[in-house]
Design a protein around this ligand. Structure first.
Ligand code: PEP
Ligand code: MN
Length: 335
């Protein structure tokens, strides 16, 4: 349930009303937007008399939210959420570009790629240290050493780092990581999501291989319900019967998610297609349809990458993509 407050309502009045709502056993979510101030009531709202609430002087209107996701709901927070990550932001007007190798392989590799993606306009460095691999015999990542190498690259380039967590027990290793990624395979690892909800770290939540947008939003809700509202959603393609691509990129998720939620939405055209030459056209389409950013895999030697070489761009190809993306962003501005 949400209560839209009248213009001119004072902080004291908001606090009094919030205290009363809490006394009814509910949580209150306050959103002071550019147009409206909205109080979101979270919990069992059946016991709240909506008519009584609406009759209060400071309340303009009361609506029940039928969707099961509340904190992530656009109705709770009409303005776009803007998530601060180090010296950059994700959401609103800014366009985030996270780029780097699928996995961190060595110091030389990650440093060379970090410098190159920074020069080409990346706003964050990505790189997997803990890798979720289909085969237990494949390279599993450098783990804690991989995070150390990412931190080294961050120190030199100033780029905030994004890396995936697979087990909540590893959280102490992520203290200096700027954005913690929850990969597609863990989108519904609810215990992990709850644990991340207890932190204040920005979380990049990737859509599961066969999950609906509603399920993605419910997973975001798990993190937000714990008190961490810093969630970035990522569409990375879903399983279909198509085999020419690794997954099928669902670009309609971008405008749909923007309707349903205030959280930023980025596109990962690398995992979505699995094919390096398809990354540029899909990145351009993502920029054109309103995505808040991209995550792109870049490798200095794709042919010898320990993971996902076929979808990895060379630094030069990545620079070509970022230049083209900025042209698309300029072209669609204000449309
Ligand atoms: C990744 O970003 O390296 C990754 C494993 O992606 P996904 O979880 O989308 O497969
Ligand atoms: Mn990968």
């Amino acid at each position: 349930m949400i209560a839209v407050l009248k213009a001119g309502t004072t902080d004291k009045q908001i606090e009094n009303l919030s205290a009363w709502i809490r006394s009814q056993g509910l949580d209150v979510h306050l959103s002071k937007g550019s147009v409206h101030t909205v109080l979101g009531l979270v919990g069992d709202t059946a016991k709240i008399d909506a008519e009584l609430l609406e009759s209060l002087d400071i309340v303009d209107s009361v609506k029940r939210i039928s969707e099961p996701f509340k904190s992530a709901n656009r109705k709770f927070h009409p303005d776009d959420s803007i998530i601060t990550v180090g010296n950059t932001t994700v959401g609103g007007k800014d366009f985030a570009i996270m780029a780097g190798p699928c996995s961190v392989e060595s110091e030389e590799q990650v440093m060379e790629i970090a410098r190159a993606v920074k020069a080409a306009g990346a706003t964050m460095l990505r790189g997997g240290a803990f890798k979720p691999r289909t085969s237990p015999y494949d390279f599993q990542g450098l783990k804690a050493d991989g995070i150390e190498l990412l931190l080294k690259a961050k120190k030199e380039t100033g780029l905030p780092i994004v890396t995936e967590i697979m087990n909540a027990n590893h959280l102490p290793l992520f203290e200096e990581v700027d954005v913690i990624q929850v990969g597609a395979r863990n989108m519904q690892n609810f215990e992990l999501l709850k644990e991340l909800g207890r932190t204040q770290k920005p979380i990049l939540l990737k859509r599961g291989l066969a999950n609906t947008l509603k399920e993605l939003l419910m997973s975001a809700e798990y993190i937000m319900a714990g008190g961490n509202e810093n969630v970035i959603l990522c569409e990375r393609g879903i399983r279909t019967f198509e085999t020419y691509t690794r997954n099928t990129l669902d670009l309609s998720s971008v405008p749909l998610l923007h309707e349903l939620t205030h959280l930023p939405v980025i596109i990962d055209p690398s995992h979505a297609t699995g094919v390096a030459r398809l990354v540029k056209p899909m990145a351009l389409a993502a920029a054109a349809c309103g995505a808040n950013g991209l995550m792109i895999e870049v490798h200095n030697d794709p042919a010898h990458a320990l993971c996902d070489g076929a979808q990895s761009l060379t630094p030069d190809a990545f620079a070509d993509v970022t230049a083209a993306v900025s042209k698309v962003l300029d072209a669609v501005k204000g449309l």
